[in-house]
Design a protein. Structure first.
Length: 201
């Protein structure tokens, strides 16, 4: 055995996942996030703008379990991002109903779909911080809905939504394309009809 072959053998035996020249016959297992989200980023997404029809920019968000989660890890299913501020008490009734609304749509259509609640402002109107997500999650009331803080307000820069009206919502395709953005409460049905149309229903 040559010296190079011996070194590669030792490296693969000690740390197979770190050896690019080894064929171990197994794939590395990526554990879900602590809150249960999968790592859904296919690794092929690239933003091309901030308008409807563009692929949204990736951004660092912080979920209710305290973990940093890139937006692209929520790819793979249709999403409505519900963008709001922790001080918006008038938004709370709708926030509490998101889970039932989303589950009813999935059951009726069979289309993979989910909400994301995104905080870009904290309870005092200041920029949201990671700690805002777990405290706000009690209003959502479902472990299935991610509640994320956006300290850099990156969502506002990456979409047509400017934060002036609460809540703001954007429909994202499984490929993270901005399909539709709108504002106001209880008007998600048009967006869900768009999903049905895109899926041929």
């Amino acid at each position: 055995m040559t010296s190079l072959a011996l070194l590669l053998t030792l490296a693969c035996t000690a740390e197979p996942e770190a050896c690019a020249d080894c064929d171990t016959g197994t794939e590395a297992v990526v554990e879900p996030y602590a809150c249960g989200w999968d790592h859904g980023d296919p690794g092929t997404l690239e933003s091309d703008g901030a308008l409807v029809g563009d692929t949204i920019a990736n951004m660092s968000l912080y979920d209710q379990c305290g973990e940093e989660v890139p937006l692209y890890d929520f790819a793979g299913v249709w999403r409505i991002v519900f963008a709001t501020a922790a001080w918006c008490t008038t938004c709370l009734d709708e926030v509490a109903a998101l889970d039932d609304h989303g589950e009813a749509f999935v059951e009726e259509s069979g289309i993979p779909f989910g909400y994301i609640t995104l905080l870009f402002q904290g309870p005092q109107g200041d920029p949201a911080v990671p700690q805002d997500a777990p405290s706000y999650h009690e209003y959502v009331g479902s472990p299935r809905i991610p509640v994320v803080s956006d300290p850099e307000r990156a969502f506002l820069a990456a979409t047509p939504y400017d934060g002036s009206v609460l809540p703001g919502k954007c429909l994202l395709s499984p490929e993270m394309e901005l399909v539709h953005c709108w504002t106001g409460a209880d008007n998600d049905d048009d967006a869900l009809d768009m999903v049905r149309a895109e899926e041929g229903l």
